[in-house]
Write a protein that binds this ligand. Sequence first.
Ligand code: PDD
Length: 276
Amino acid sequence: EKVYLNGKIVSVEDARISVFDRGFLFGDGIYEVMVQLENGIFHKKAHLDRLQENLIKIGIPYNVKEIDDQLETLLESSNLSNESCLIYMQVTRGVAPRKHSYPKGVPATVMMYALPYTLPPINPKHMKAILEPDFRWHRCDIKSISLLGNIMTNESAMEANTNEAALIRNGVITEGSHTNIFFVKNGTILTHPANEHILNGISRQIVFQLCKDLEIPVIEKPVAENEVIDMDEAFFTGTTTQVASIAQLGEHTFYGNDDVGKITRKLQEAFAELRM
Ligand code: PDD
C-alpha cells in the first residue's frame, strides 16, 4: 500500500509524521473524502475547491493544485487508476513546537491515500438513526480533522444498533454525524441551511441541482425535533452514503419501514444516473 506524503509516494511503513505535527497535537488541519467511480473521480473539482476554501478559512497557506497534479500518480502507484476507490486527503498546519499561535513559514503536511472501495447499491437497506444532542463546535462548516463530536455521536448510533446519529442543536436537526439530512413534507424538501452549524456537503449540493432539474421545491429551513412526526420522508446524503432513505429517526418510523418514499426514490435514481 502506498501513500502520498509531502511530495513523495511512499509505502505505508515509510510514511512517517513527526509527533510535533499540528495535526497530531491539535487536530489542526482539513480533510476531504471523495470516490473514484467507473467514469472518473466523482465531482473532483467541487471537493478540491472545498478543500482550498477550508484551508483559506483556517489560514493554512497551501495550494491544492499540487494535490490535483499528484492524484493520478497516487492512483497509478496504488494500482487503482481505473478502479472504484475512496480517496482521502488531509492537509495540516505542519510541524512546529507546541504553541497555540500559528507558526510562521512552516510548510503544510500533506497526506493522501486511495483504497479500493465499492459504493453500496442505492438504498441497500433503510437507515435507522438516533437523535443526539449536537455538542460540536460552532464552525461545523469547516471540514476539520478534529472530529470528536462526530465520532462520539456516531458511536452512540452504533451502540444503539442504528446506522447514524442525527444531531439536534437548539431544538432543530442540523445534520448527521457524517452526512447531511433532508426531509420531505407535502412534496417539498426541507433541509438545514448551509451556515456554521453544518458542513455544506457536495452530495447535498448535487441533490439541490437534481431537485431543480426534477422541479422538486426545496426550502433551506431546519426541521425541529418535534416536527419529525409531521414529515413524509427523510434521507441522508454523503459521499459514501449517496442518498439513503431513513426508515426510523428517533422514535418515529417513516412509511411502514419497508417502502422508500416517492421523492427519495426519485432522487436516488437521479443520483445513481450521475454515476453512469
Ligand atoms: N463525511 N456532514 C458531515 C459532518 C460530514 O462529515 C460529511 C461527509 C457530510 C457530507 O458531505 P459530502 O456530501 O461532501 O460527502 C456532511 C465524509 C465523507 C467523512 O467524514 O467520511
